[in-house]
Write a new protein. Sequence first.
Lengths: 501, 302, 373
Amino acid sequence: MTLTPPALALEGISKRFGPVAALDAVSLRVEPGQVHALLGENGAGKTTLMHVAFGMVAPDAGTIRVHGNRAHIGAPSDAIAAGVGMVHQHFTLVPAMTVAENLVLGGRGLLHRDAMSARVSNIARATGFALDPNATVETLSVGAQQRVEIAKALAREARILILDEPTAVLAPAEAEDLLQWLRGFARAGNSVVLITHKLNEALAVADTVTVLRQGRVVHSGAAAATTARELAVAMIGEESATLAAQQMDSLPPGGQSHDSGPENAVLAAQRIVVRDLVGRIRVRDASLTVRAGEIVGIAGVEGAGQRELLRALAGRCEIASGSLQRPPHIGFVPEDRHHDAVLLDRSLTDNVALRDAGSRRGRMPWQMFRAHTRALVHDFDVRVPSLGTTMRTLSGGNQQKLVLAREMTEPADARSTDLAHAAAKTLIVENPTRGLDVRASADVHARLRAARDHGAAVVIYSTDLDEVLALATRILVMRDGTLSEVPIDRDAVGRVMLGTV
Amino acid sequence: MTDAITPFLAATIRTATPLALAALGELLVERTGLINIGLEGAVLAGAFGALAGASLGGVAGGYAGAMVGGLLVAALFALCVLVLRADQIITGMALTLLAVGATGTMYRAVYGTAGAALHAPTSGPWAIPGLASIPVVGEALFDQPIVTYITYLLAPALAWWLARTHGGLALRAIGERPDAAVAAGIAVRKVRALAILAGGLLGGLAGGTLVLAQAGTFVENMSAGRGFIALAIVVLGRWRPLGVALGALLFGAASALQFAFQAMGWAAPYQLFLAAPYLLTLAALAGAMGRARAPAALGRPI
Amino acid sequence: MPSGASCLARSDVWASTETRARAARAVLFPAGGVAAIVASIALLLMVGGYDVPRALAALWTGSVGSWYALTSATLVRAIPLMLTGCAIAIAFRAGVFNIGAEGQLLAGGAGATAIALTMPGAGTGALILALAAGALAGAGWAAIAAVLREKFGVLEVISTIMLNFIALYAVSFLVRGPLQEPTHAYPQSSTIAEGVRLARIPGAGRLHAGIAIALIVVLVAGWALRHTASGFRMMAVGESPSAAASAGLIDVRRVTTLAFVASGALAGLAGAIEVLGVTYALYEDLSPGYGYTAIAVALLAGLDPWRGVVTASLFAALEAGAGAMQRDAGVPSTLVAVIEALLILAVVAAQAVRVRRAGVSSDSAASAREHAV
């Protein structure tokens, strides 16, 4: 039994956001030389806890100790000074600046270009990362940017490294490399806190595992002493764990997918080229056909062009060349809900009425919209305090359900007497369950499958490979602007994503 | 011909000085991602402050008063936008209207509604020995009020500070990606507040220049849109100090040109000359906006 | 795909919930608001060392203290204010910061004058044409800034203010040049023939038929914003251009341009009505700053044209009373401009605080960010 104090000890941390208790007397001990996985589903409080450790959020109660000494961490600068570094889910790099500039950001005094470059080289040597001091961050790939983020933390001499869902944006092989690197970093005497919602990842790399659920610690112990099942039950409860396991088991067997020709094609793209907002070509030469009654899954690392592809397919942006046949009404559920899909401070009815508002003429049939909204809320089980509230008051899961409901149904107009939804024929969804808890995610998946069963053509893109594998009847991998069809098999997909076929 | 160049250059510099001061101040603000439309208000408040200060303490008091006036407007802007999170554009607009109303009211209250022209002490030009003797340009560039020399030094100083210090790097980072600055441990709100105050101080100084180094008096609304023109100059100068200084010179030259045309007897209606700076601003903005790369976080709600 | 022409994104300040609390506030606010305004004026007067009772009495008699004051000072001013206020409301709702109502009003006045002078004898037909010309001229003036915004990405805040100055000098040129009255002695246009004027309402002093036009226009505008697809699109674009484009498949450019031009038309109409109903000629100082006061009118009305009628009347009363205050008690009339500006700040700050309290951050990332920037 060693008496060295933990590298990082959080004791009795509590935090409320309004009426919601995000953290309730949470304690965490990270030992030196170890990788500590912080598990929990979305919304369990993992990120909040680490934000407290990094000084971005002030706790209502509790103390922080670094190497046994009480530390007052009121701002990120305090955390950095105490040797804590954090790699966030959404990178905190300045895209327009160089790697060197990003690395030294936050310092004092004069900038010495040569000294900065030398510093970058030193860190590159120490970590084994390839870092070009003068490269502009926005030109780097996602994986490379993440390495710069890590380097940034290490440049400030972090001995305790916190990573928030780092593998979410990486291809399987890249994720493997990262996890191995983290193990090595820990063995060298440092500490790693890995925030993740992926069980297998935690078991594969961590020495200790702590599970948070609804703001409380429900499990904490050595990784070797527990099983995936035990952790799953701790994360989401007995019933849900069983349900999730059943869903995973019902994956379609691997094998060639069927390409039965162009009949029934609802959406067809031939050799389309799409540019992004700045004019760069993002989709080089993509062709695909989507038929009624199938779910086409698109896998790929972020930045491979899927964003532009989806929007082109959904008719939200122009194609530069090639041809595209699509139906007039396509439902589109974008990833950034708050920014692209809803009007947060308007009523639910206003949000429902938003669909296809661009082509509406004449009067707004508010009575019809109110009835339609009521129907959607009921049929899709959206929990709302009242129909008159604003979108902002809904939880993430309920917001997503309402968006899905809106996009999946055509609003009844004066001609139709059936206020119940006539199913939309085409649906395109992007990372549909990002930020949602297990139950809401399962709900969304069920809706998508139901849409497929009712004859809709669905295209889904997700950075979560498991989600794509679980839902898709066919899988296409997007890499560097082109699409290629692959068998529904994790390894095959992973290899094509990285181009190591 | 050469004897027309010197007065032309001198007029250019004279017109450009207050524009450059105000624009350099706004440049700092905009590089942190904020837009202060209240700059016009700061300039006007500075002009009135100069009058008030000069009546108490001569030219030095005048410049002090000018800076105080500008700082007051800036402080209000910082309060509303950084603390109360009000909309930047509307706040700026309201502050300009407030400055117009307040300076007008105070002017009338103290100096009477007859609007008699008052005389404020002016700081005459101070020739730099040696430099002022350079043929053609010497007299124009180096026989100017001290505040002009300060402006000459300010632009390159700001350029150096932005590019070569951590402070400058931090300020630029805030304007590009505030979240990154936060994560790097930079006190974003503090830096923004300081930038706003600096902008107000320089804007007030610009107003003070109008009174103390040029007109020698205060007139209601005497800023006449210079603050807005300065906003355009920031864009024209691509958010870089040296570019902004150049932009201010361009405007100064255009203004000086119109006097030259008038002197030469062009038969255009005089209103065209009065409207020229504003037309020029429109043209400059139309030409510049597309190619310039604004700080990425500029104008985003905070 | 929208290419982010204007680098400004409107903040989500115009929260709009349809709760009963808001309805209650709508009734309480005018009463409380008026009291607050009067209190602020009294405070400023005290600070300035003025005779407060005398000044307030002048404020009262000059605005609503007599039938004549009410009709000929206040309501006459309320007409251009409710129209320009409506103009601002439409523009701001769509996310267009049209600060150029002043210039658009002048353009409208000039346009109406030009038409009215070229067809003096034609009666009501000419009147209607002149009004239409005014609206068209205002729309055209706004279109300049709209094109600059959409094609060149020029911030409309700056361009519309520039255009205000340019309009002023243009009118100055017109009334000393092409449109000047025959004796060439005064900087104004010829007087408009009686047949082309907006008739005065009998028994109501200087109040003229323009009030009917203004009320009808505002009524229709308010209805259109609530009940037409076009109005809905403007609201959506103002709330979130990205969501409007992506979720609503709305052509953001077309909607903002339409709002901009419609806004200009309303301001131009206000100018036309001023010329045809009040001044009967084109002057340089046709507008004592209506275009800027309109901003306060619109904001205080929560960008709602119908509520704008009330706030317009309030500001009209203030400005009418301010003139009397200056005459009788020596209080500079610019004090009202100070009050107006403070009101705008109060409204915007209060809105922001309210939205922030309502949208309590529900996750730590947002909370962390909020406290840092």
